[in-house]
Design a protein around this ligand. Structure first.
Ligand SMILES: CC(=O)SCCNC(=O)CCNC(=O)[C@H](O)C(C)(C)COP(=O)(O)OP(=O)(O)OC[C@H]1O[C@@H](n2cnc3c(N)ncnc32)[C@H](O)[C@@H]1OP(=O)(O)O
Length: 409
């Protein structure tokens, strides 16, 4: 293949070829993947893009239609970019770049102000304007050190179920949680139905303990499996995929259930926020060991004013932001952000002197309130032209709890 890279949109008829083209880049074989792990059944083929070489698909990308909960509580429609792949035989010829350019154009035409993704490598996506906006941690707590400082009061009840029987209740509780947690992505019904994702969305077996309030309404769940590695000297570990409950007290009840489980030496909590309050419940504040900490959701603003007015802020203030977007130069510009009692107005301006100069990827990092402007100034990413502008931006943008995304896509 030579000349300009030709990108074309997919249809449903491309589904099998798309999957067969995308999976080798990740080292996965479709025919050998158990049904419970076949996440590709929820792909939206009317949103896919591919490159062909001699009639064969050699590069792919797709997008899911999600809602993202932003600071202030609105749920904003976003593109969940996925399946970015180039066959190993066709790398470093600009196919990825061509796909991502076309995708950004398509998403803007659809009117999506924000795109998000989970990055396989941290070095790929900044060039396309994405910045890391949430962090996911994994904590291990030895059950012998897992006592709480104070008991958690509860007038509800717990019921043990599994992924198959509890799916409808999990979807309901998850939706209630996602509506109140900034950084959360909605989980469309077709993802649960197709088992598209990682546990507990995939249909692999999981124990699911459901919490019900005093009236019997479900208001929390924990999904987990127990790994037995006594032969390897590591004992039994209860591995929690997610503890989901809109109320923190109910999350604590579910965490207590996991820590009290019989015949378990340690509990591993996956997808935990950096500031998860579980740490403060524990009598031994060193008991929760962070065994992994990684960037999770990456954010790319496709329409700066629309994205900035979609979220809420804290207090009042005025900033002029000069945003550089090398990947989409026509999106570069200077914008005023006027916030009054948390409510924003944002406009593109031609002649204002900027308070902060930053790359669109860095604005993406700050969008959900989990990354501070001050940190980015100190790290050499953001230029502060007006003294105190980064501190003002932090007061406006930063949220009192860290954003959290539990989705895998
Ligand atoms: C949301 C998701 O789907 S995450 C999954 C991403 N996909 C994967 O990890 C699968 C394995 N990797 C791949 O399929 C490919 O290597 C891709 C998609 C990452 C890159 O595809 P390519 O077509 O080779 O990229 P392309 O030729 O457009 O490169 C553009 C630039 O990015 C750089 N680049 C490409 N891949 C990487 C990488 N993994 N790390 C750092 N830089 C990279 C190139 O060097 C090039 O830089 P330059 O413009 O300075 O010369």
């Amino acid at each position: 293949m030579g000349g300009e890279v030709q990108v074309r949109a997919t249809t449903q008829a491309d589904h099998e070829a798309f999957v067969r083209a995308a999976l080798p880049a990740f080292g996965t074989v479709p025919d050998e993947t158990p049904r419970a792990k076949q996440w590709w059944h929820a792909l939206e083929m009317d949103r896919g893009l591919v490159v062909e070489d001699d009639g064969r698909l050699v590069a792919t990308t797709g997008a899911y239609t999600f809602d993202l909960t932003v600071p202030g509580g609105r749920q904003v429609p976003v593109a969940g970019v996925t399946c970015v792949s180039v066959l190993p035989t066709h790398r470093r010829r600009g196919l990825f770049t061509a796909l991502m350019r076309r995708q950004v154009q398509d998403l803007r035409v659809r009117g999506e102000a924000v795109a998000v993704l989970l990055a396989s490598e941290a070095t790929i996506y900044r060039r396309c304007g994405y910045g890391p906006a949430t962090t996911a941690q994994t904590w291990t707590v030895e059950t012998a050190r897992g006592a709480f400082l104070e008991p958690v009061t509860d007038d509800g009840s717990l019921e043990l179920s599994d992924r198959r029987d509890a799916a409808a209740v999990m979807a309901e509780v998850y939706d209630a949680w996602a509506r109140v947690r900034h950084g959360a992505l909605g989980r469309p019904a077709r993802h649960w139905e197709a088992g598209a994702g990682m546990p507990p969305v995939s249909t692999e077996h999981r124990f699911v303990v459901v919490h019900r309030d005093a009236d019997g309404a479900p208001d929390g769940y924990a999904s987990y499996a127990i790994h037995d590695d006594r032969a390897g000297g590591n004992g039994r570990t209860l591995v929690v995929d997610e503890v989901v409950a809109p109320q923190e007290r109910v999350r604590a009840v579910l965490a207590r259930y996991c820590l009290d489980h019989d015949l378990v030496d340690a509990v591993r909590f996956a997808r935990v926020a950096v500031d998860d309050p579980l740490r403060w419940r524990l009598a031994d504040v060193r008991a929760a060991q962070t065994v992994r900490s990684t960037d999770w959701l990456w954010v790319r603003l496709l329409d700066v004013p629309a994205a900035l007015v979609a979220r809420g802020y804290t207090g009042s203030g005025r900033l002029v932001l000069q945003v550089e977007d090398a990947f989409c130069p026509d999106l570069s510009g200077t914008f005023t952000l006027d916030v009054e009692d948390g409510e924003p107005k944002c406009a593109r301006v031609e002649d204002a002197t900027p308070d902060l100069r930053l790359d669109v990827a860095d604005l993406g990092s700050t969008y959900l309130g989990g990354v501070s402007f001050t940190g980015l100034v100190l790290g050499g990413r953001v230029t502060e032209s007006t003294p105190g502008a980064a501190a003002l931006a932090d007061r406006l943008f930063t949220t009192s709890t860290a954003p959290l995304c539990l989705s895998w896509f």
